[in-house]
Design a protein around this ligand. Structure first.
Ligand code: NAG
Ligand code: NAG
Ligand code: NAG
Ligand code: NAG
Ligand code: NAG
Ligand code: NAG
Ligand code: ZN
Length: 634
């Protein structure tokens, strides 16, 4: 029986069926942006420390600490008695003495007014500070309420901020004790706290100041409370507002997955990857809690194929380690947690990769919280593994910015046992790229810009092209041919392998006029083949970066991914092949100033999209194999 070629993915615009609800967002740290933060000041001529007579009783470390106090207080014109050394040591490797200081007021720390002074050979080589000016000290408000009860009120305010409100009967159970701290100041021990707020029922409180964004000193209660996954150092002002908040717990996450250089189970083993998130693209990591849920993706199974997803099954890990058994001799349902973990991983990988290359919050990417405050929030990817609404396929729906896209990965039935498409990177990468191309073409608010014949076809093509780029590595050469879907389908899901050989893959521009090239995936094959030529042309000229994630724009594969995404942003809604090629050429001109222009022209011309090629939807396509005259001499 003939098996029909499955049509991987229609990038359909979403009907308004997706459930919309509150996305729980982790509490964010709060750090006032201080005015007087000039960063590290390097003193090219190291500044000799002023001679304070070393007291013979002091060791040199203490001497340097005092000298640092004197140095910094002179530099910012505040009294020495308002500066305290919080930590200092001599680094045995460099010989540099590092002195850390904090500004004080009324014998209390101004918690975020800090400085550091780096000293070598009794000279200051660099320093920094965020001290409040002397004027602020004069104006500073005194504590009005200092009683233990006001510490309790502050705890109640913190609980509310953390979304764990305490009832009045909860608060009735809470008791406060005054204890003396090591510096002779008063500390308060708070006990009897519900364990939902404090792991062991206790918290520490002390009075302090916080410098706010207008250089004013705000009297606060500092409260330290430890929870299962957080360890909060908080500063609550008299009105109950949390004005500073830090989490001492750094979330660690790990995933047992096929890493991105292992295309599928056919290609290698799973490995446990620790903290794989890119710090720029996902500053707070991938999983924000105990499940495969995060700011970029919510991954779950969906065996019945319905549209609900929030409460669907997901693996749970209290420790942040997502590691589940996988026996490929059994049916996919037996390893659903491994599959969800893999899908979560690959989606996040695509998020981070595309973010680095400019699919940012501002550009309309997929995130629940936009950390930059730009772009619309609440649109993480809904990624369903083993989705019951189909088999032998996968798809991705992209509504406009601010609405969740949905990825549905199906089980493939070509083999016994069946295979799970979430385990094949090229298919997941293909799907995710539909989201990128749809959001970037025509702007993030318009999801209808790859919906004509040619543009829809190119949507398929970009998806194959990015999947190809992601899997290329330094042992590949221009002679490498790539096929898609090999793991789940056991053969190529496209007509021809992607290849720089005209014999292996004969696709050219004029194929678009053939009756068997009206369907988007066929059109996409022609476009992706042109992009495969362009990719190798760029790599041949510029070499290949070992990892795309380094975004080394001197290397061919990174240049290619960059101009693909830049081109999407430049091109019109529903572009033709000619438009998209021109946008890529313009992106190249901006990025590498034309140094790769002729290489690109030659690649496109090799496949009939040369300088005199003409055509668009509704017309015939005239192919042309020539390059601009300027490219003939090179
Ligand atoms: C996200 O969605 C929730 C619930 O629908 C809403 O309360 C919240 O304001 C939204 N956030 C943004 C930034 O749109
Ligand atoms: C800083 O604190 C002062 C005194 O409490 C207040 O008047 C001012 O509005 C605060 N500034 C900011 C930016 O919060
Ligand atoms: C490149 O990928 C191939 C699979 O296509 C793999 O066999 C090979 O080991 C990889 N090489 C490197 C350097 O990662
Ligand atoms: C788009 O393709 C369909 C069939 O695949 C065809 O009927 C239609 O005429 C095409 N539209 C244009 C504008 O070429
Ligand atoms: C434009 C826009 O919707 N910006 C949102 C980004 O996210 C923050 C919350 O993190 C919202 O407050 C903004 O409205
Ligand atoms: C080579 C070149 O033209 N680079 C420009 C690309 O666009 C950015 C943003 O407009 C400019 O800053 C670059 O100079
Ligand atoms: Zn597709």
């Amino acid at each position: 029986m003939q098996v029909s070629i499955p049509s991987l993915i229609f990038a359909a615009t979403l009907a308004a069926t997706i459930a919309h609800g509150h996305v729980s967002s982790a509490t964010k740290p709060i750090q006032p942006q201080l005015k007087n933060n000039d960063g590290l000041i390097i003193h090219p001529e190291p500044i000799p420390l002023l001679a304070i007579t070393p007291n013979s009783a002091m060791d040199s470390v203490e001497y340097l600490g005092n000298a640092a106090v004197q140095f910094i207080s002179q530099m910012v014109s505040i009294p020495q008695e308002n500066v305290r050394v919080s930590h200092q040591f001599i680094d045995a490797f460099t010989g540099i003495t590092h002195v850390h200081l904090v500004q004080t007021f009324s014998s209390m720390d101004i918690s975020n007014s800090v400085a550091n002074v780096n000293i070598r050979n009794n000279k200051v080589i660099s320093s920094s500070h965020t001290f409040a000016p002397q004027m602020s000290l004069h104006k500073a408000a005194q504590f009005v309420k200092t009683s233990g009860d006001s510490a309790k009120e502050a705890l109640g305010a913190l609980a509310k901020h953390l979304d764990i409100p305490l009832t009045s009967s909860d608060l009735d159970q809470v008791t406060v004790f005054t204890v003396n701290n090591l510096l002779g100041g008063q500390q308060i021990s708070i006990e009897g706290i519900p364990t939902k707020l404090a792991l062991d029922g206790t918290a520490m409180a002390e009075r302090a100041y916080v410098q706010n964004e207008s250089e004013q000193l705000v009297p606060v209660w500092r409260i330290v409370v430890e929870q299962q996954d957080h360890w909060w150092n908080s500063y609550v002002d008299g009105s109950g507002k949390v004005v500073r908040l830090a989490d001492w717990y750094s979330q660690s996450e790990s995933y047992l997955v096929y890493p991105h250089n292992v295309l599928s189970p056919d290609d290698g083993q799973r490995r446990l990857l620790s903290n794989p998130a890119n710090h720029v693209a996902s500053p707070r990591g991938w999983a924000t809690g105990k499940y495969t849920i995060g700011n970029n993706v919510w991954a779950q199974s969906n065996p019945n194929g319905g549209s609900s997803w929030r409460l669907n099954h997901r693996p749970k890990s209290a420790s942040g380690k997502f590691s589940y058994p996988l026996d490929l001799t059994k049916e996919p349902a037996t390893y659903v947690d491994a599959s969800i973990t893999q899908l979560f991983y690959t989606n996040n990988l695509m998020h981070d990769l595309s973010f680095i290359y400019g699919f940012t919050e501002e550009a309309g990417n997929f995130q629940d919280i936009n950390y930059s405050g730009k772009g619309l929030a609440n649109d993480s990817v809904i990624a369903n593994t083993q989705d019951g609404s189909g088999t032998d396929n996968a798809n991705f729906a992209t509504p406009p910015d601010g609405q969740h896209p949905r990825m549905r990965m199906y089980i493939w039935t070509q083999t016994t046992p069946s295979r799970d498409s979430s385990l094949e990177q090229d298919i997941v990468a293909h799907e995710y790229t539909h989201g990128i191309s749809n959001r970037l073409t025509g702007g993030a608010a318009n999801s209808d810009c790859l919906s004509a014949n040619e543009s829809g076809g190119m949507g398929e093509g970009w998806s194959d092209a990015v999947a190809n780029l992601l899997r290329l590595n330094t042992s590949h050469t221009p002679a490498t041919d790539l096929i898609l879907g090999d793991y789940v389908y056991r053969k190529n899901i496209r007509k021809y392998p992607y290849s720089t050989s005209i014999t292996t893959n004969p696709s050219t521009y004029q194929f678009l006029d053939r009756p068997d090239y009206k369907e988007v995936h066929s059109i996409g094959e022609v476009w992706a083949e042109m992009l495969y030529e362009a990719t190798w042309a760029l790599i041949t000229k510029n070499g290949m970066a070992e990892s795309l994630f380094a975004r080394d724009l001197t290397k061919g594969n990174s240049i290619m991914l960059q101009i693909l995404l830049d081109g999407m942003k430049l091109q019109p809604c529903n572009p033709s092949f000619v438009d998209a090629r021109n946008a890529i050429l313009q992106a190249e001109s901006n990025l590498t100033s034309g140094s790769n222009r002729c290489v690109l022209w030659k690649a496109f011309a090799k496949r009939g999209l040369g300088v005199n090629a003409a055509g668009k939807d509704g017309t015939t396509h005239t192919e042309d194999f020539s390059v601009p005259a300027e490219c003939l001499k090179i």
